[in-house]
Write a protein that binds this ligand. Sequence first.
Ligand SMILES: [Zn+2]
Length: 469
Amino acid sequence: MDYKKLGFKAGLEIHQQLDSHKLFCNCPSVLRDDKPDLKIMRTLRAVPGEHGEIDVAAFYEQLKGKYFIYESYYDVNCEVELDEAPPYPINEDALKIGLTVAKMMHCETPDKVQVMRKTVVDGSNTSGFQRTVLIGKDGWIKVNKKKIGINFLILEEDAARRTAEDDHSVTYRLDRLGIPMLEVVTAPDMKTADEVKETAKVIGMLLRSTGKMRRGIGTIRQDVNISIKDHERVEMKGVQDLRVMHKYIEKEVKRQIETKGKEKPHVRNVKPDFSSKFLRPLPGAARMYPETDIPMVKPDLKGIKVVELIQEKTKRFEKLGLGKDLAPLVAGSERAELFEELVKKYKKIKPGFIAETLTGTLAELKRDYQIEGVSDSDLKKVFEYLNEGKIHKDIILSVLVDMAKDQFEIKKYEGLETEDLHEELMAVIKENKGAPFGALMGQAMAKLKGKASGEKVAKMLKELMEKGH
Ligand SMILES: [Zn+2]
């Protein structure tokens, strides 16, 4: 595809949820799948904006004439999400994260932070508007040596999530409403599909580098704005998988070329087969009003420090001896900081082994033992024992399993004296008369449960067998 000839231009809008409590109340940012405690029915009606006309998107939604059902939970929602109580002042933690990103993206930041209301008429906000704050503008990031402009950086509340819809109603769950979210709006500086992908990657990496982003499905959402010469702008909503982003873009460009007649600017929803479907006309410039319920805040801009990019961290970790796959994995993980702490503290342990434990071993625990969320303090304890030679590195998995089950006793793990090991192995040989080395080894390791390293057991077992036992 000759993007240059087509006059292709693309920009990105990336929405990323922050790992903090809600933006305008103290409720936790938790999504729930169990039965809601409360269901409330409401209707919303689009009203003329300040220019006396109904926004085109608002009009479109109103045509559908549906009512809305809101589902909520007593323990993770409060009256703010239900729009029954005024919002709290802005979540300062979220504001700080946002301003950190603004600084990392070389944005101009405001001296005063003013929360604004943006009209929303699809029912996904109980108040009928979304609260949004401009925290950066006119910045840039580097993508493969090219500068990509960052037009806006916005801190806003996420909308409620749609859980059901029929001919008369739309059901929304309020657990997601109010989760703090950063919106990164780039300039239309990308000139090929590959550039779009690379830019999305760099933005994702930069955001994750703060260590303050929510992880998992649905926590990051990407829209791509595309235009080619003599065609109107089209926004592709929900292009999530970076690996196939170019396929969506190529297909959309082809669709535009083949479309007969003039199209209006509009929004399209993408589908798994890389095609897309008309969703709604592109909304006009959003109507914004100051949120008078929330006081203006003067952020402490001097206290905002940029953080090291995962990219840079990866390079440092490679120098510690971590391989090309392991280094970025650890650098991008939630345990990157712990890794550095452990490397610094326990000089006798190879950084590579620490890294393997924090990634591979923890993954193994999750997969084979359904053990998740091993605490940092348990991990620190394990490496301390290891560093002091109290346990052997071969048994780190069983130690962690025991710790998770609260059955850990260091006594159980301290290495066997050679004499005792000899005795144990003689017993194994006797119980399994005539068995080959492999079988005996398996029996011995199972019986010893890590009280001696595999290496040591194998060596002694071989010796005993050679002696004719
Ligand atoms: Zn709340």
